[in-house]
Structure formats: structure tokens, C-alpha cells
Design a protein around this ligand. Structure first.
Ligand SMILES: [Ca+2]
Ligand SMILES: [Ca+2]
Length: 342
């Protein structure tokens, strides 16, 4: 079914919305010139027209809204059925080992689960699980694809460093914009990415949230004057511990009043079951020039709770890392990718 384009011309049911030709404009002026009585009549007519236009514009806006809604629905449907390779069935942790990759022109291992040792690992140990020729699965923003692992390669963000700490895959630096990947292919369903807009909004914090977060920052060694303005970069709900009650992730910072793009303090907390009285301290920026984001969750060892897939964003780039939640402590697995976090 072809839907009308919401950006295209408005429906013509309201004739008064049609622009007038220069000839019609000239006629209008001559009517005005004929006299006051006609003018008064015109103004009454204009008022009526105005009301009619207002009603039509209102209806038009509603129509555009409805059309946008249906277009969105149609896009969602077409995305879920159109591109990419069909899902791959098979084992997930704890029944299998798995590796989770960030895509930086190559598969950059962030963390992995070693089934034999029943342990979470990072770096080279994850690389070693995926020999050349192994089947991997990659996800772009809206579709998943099956690929084959190649040999060791430099990630794009570290090009020229001589550090071949990623796995090359033919053709992934061009075309579809891949975001993350997994081995084995069946493990893709472990990754639960958050919708992109969960990072684009800049939420406003309530007074109670600010007071509790300031107390939590101080309890974790943060120093700042009490009247300093706190801002949120991301506040989002995720069920990390899988108990059915949403937990809230906070990424907050204090802008440095004297230096642009510098923060007095920037860091992240997780309020389990939305309880901000005792939030889990996730991490803080060392350079005071970056902010944290959660991109998604994944239960790498299949034993709950989920691990957090984080991103650290700074002026010139970003790095990623997986953080495990152990009780009331957060533990970063390996280093931040791409040399971030220093
Ligand atoms: Ca929860
Ligand atoms: Ca886990």
C-alpha cells in the first residue's frame, strides 16, 4: 500500500489553503478599494475564513501526525522482514563460549565467556576463541548479517598503532554500518541493544535525584561545591538484574564553569530497582573530558545479572567496554576500546 508522503503537499480538502494567483490578489485589492461597507463585509468574511482555516490546519496537522505514525509502522515492518540474514538458531551461554565484539573496521573483542573455564575473559583470550574461517554474525543499525572471520587486524580507531588486536572480516568497513558482532552466530540473541534515541535525549533531573546523586558522587570521592550545576547526559531504564523491576542508569556530569568541554566530574551510576538511596557506582571519567553512555545489556555468562555494554564519548571519538555487576559493585572487563578512558 502506498501511503501519502507526510512531507508532500497537504490534502486539498480545504480550498482556502490553496495559494492565490497574482490575478486573484489584484482582484482582492480592487474589492478593498470599492469602499468601507465592502471592507467591513470582507473582514467578517475574513474572520469566518480564519476560523475555517484554523480548523483545517488543525485537521491537516492531525492528518500529518497520523500519516507519520503509519509510515513509522510501515518502516518497522519492512525493516524486520527485509534486509539481513535470517536468525541463526543454536546454543547461547552458559551452554557455549561466546565473544562480543565492537565493530571498528574489524571485530574488536570487548569481552567473552569461556564455557570450559566458566569465566568471563577479555582481549587475546577472546581473540583465540575465533580462528580464521569461524562463522560470526554482525549487526548494523537495523539488520544482522552472517560473515566469516579472517586473521588478526588493526581496529580502525587504532590504525597505525601496530596493534593487531581485532579480527579482520572482508567487506565490513564499507557498505552497511556495523555496530557490534558475536561469535558464535547463535549468540546474537544475547545482545539487547537500547534504542538509539535512549542516548539522544538530554533528560532533566528532579531535585530529589540531584540530591541523591550528589551524595553518591561524594561517597565515591567526588569533590565539587554544593551549588554546582549537575546535568544528565543519559538516564535510561533497563532491567539489569532480571528481577522484572526496571533499574535506572544515570550518566551525569558537572560542566566546568571556566573551561568548555571540561567537566568537574563525569560518571555513571546504576540504581537497582530504581532505588537511588544506594546506587551502584559504575565508573567516572579520568580525563574529565568524557561522558558515559549505556548502549545495551548482555548476559555473557548466561547466569544473570546482565552485563552493561558501555560507551565512553569524548570530543575526538569514543571507546567501549563491558562492565559486570557483582552484588553492589561494578567491574570493568578489560580496557576501554580505542584507547579511551585514560
Ligand atoms: Ca531490576
Ligand atoms: Ca552475567
Amino acid at each position: 500500500m502506498k501511503l501519502p508522503d507526510p512531507d508532500g503537499p497537504a490534502p486539498r480538502r480545504c480550498a482556502v489553503l490553496t495559494p492565490r494567483s497574482p490575478a486573484e490578489d489584484a482582484k482582492g485589492q480592487s474589492v478593498v478599494a470599492e469602499g468601507t461597507v465592502r471592507l467591513q463585509r470582507s473582514s467578517i468574511t475574513l474572520s469566518v475564513l480564519f476560523l475555517f482555516v484554523a480548523a483545517c490546519v488543525d485537521k491537516g496537522e492531525k492528518k500529518v501526525e497520523e500519516t507519520k505514525e503509519s509510515k513509522k509502522k510501515e518502516e518497522t515492518v519492512s525493516l524486520s522482514v527485509s534486509q539481513g540474514d535470517p536468525p541463526v538458531e543454536g546454543p547461547i551461554p552458559p551452554e557455549t563460549s561466546m565473544v562480543f565484539f565492537s565493530v571498528e573496521g574489524a571485530l574488536y573483542p570487548l569481552a567473552c565467556y569461556d564455557h570450559a573455564k566458566k569465566a568471563l575473559k577479555t582481549g587475546d583470550e577472546c581473540m583465540a576463541m575465533v580462528p580464521p574461517g569461524a562463522e560470526v554474525r554482525l549487526s548494523s543499525l537495523d539488520a544482522e548479517y552472517n560473515k566469516v572471520a579472517g586473521g588478526a587486524a588493526e581496529p580502525q580507531c587504532l590504525i597505525g598503532s601496530g596493534r593487531s588486536i581485532a579480527i579482520g572480516v572482508e567487506g565490513i568497513s564499507e557498505g552497511a554500518e556495523f555496530v557490534y558482532g558475536v561469535w558464535p552466530r547463535s549468540a546474537m540473541k544475547v545482545i539487547k541493544p537500547l534504542p538509539d534515541d535512549s542516548r539522544r535525549r538530554r533528560p532533566k533531573l528532579g531535585d530529589d535525584e540531584i540530591a541523591k546523586l550528589k551524595a553518591a558522587i561524594k561517597a565515591n570521592g567526588g569533590q565539587f561545591s554544593d551549588d554546582l550545576e549537575m546535568r544528565a547526559h543519559q538516564v535510561t531504564e533497563i532491567d539489569v538484574d532480571g528481577n522484572g523491576t526496571l533499574d535506572r542508569f544515570y550518566s551525569v556530569f558537572f560542566p566546568d564553569p571556566k573551561l568548555a568541554e571540561q567537566y568537574i566530574w563525569s560518571g555513571a551510576f546504576l540504581a537497582l530497582d530504581d532505588n537511588l538511596d544506594k546506587p551502584i557506582f559504575i565508573d567516572k571519567s579520568k580525563s574529565q573530558r568524557d561522558v558515559f553512555e549505556v548502549r545495551g545489556t548482555l548476559d555473557l555468562n548466561g547466569e544473570g545479572p546482565s552485563e552493561l555494554w558501555l560507551r565512553l564519548v569524548f570530543d575526538e571519538g569514543a571507546g567501549e567496554r563491558v562492565v559486570a555487576i557483582n552484588g553492589d559493585k561494578a567491574e570493568g572487563l578489560g580496557e576501554w576500546s580505542c584507547g579511551a578512558g585514560v
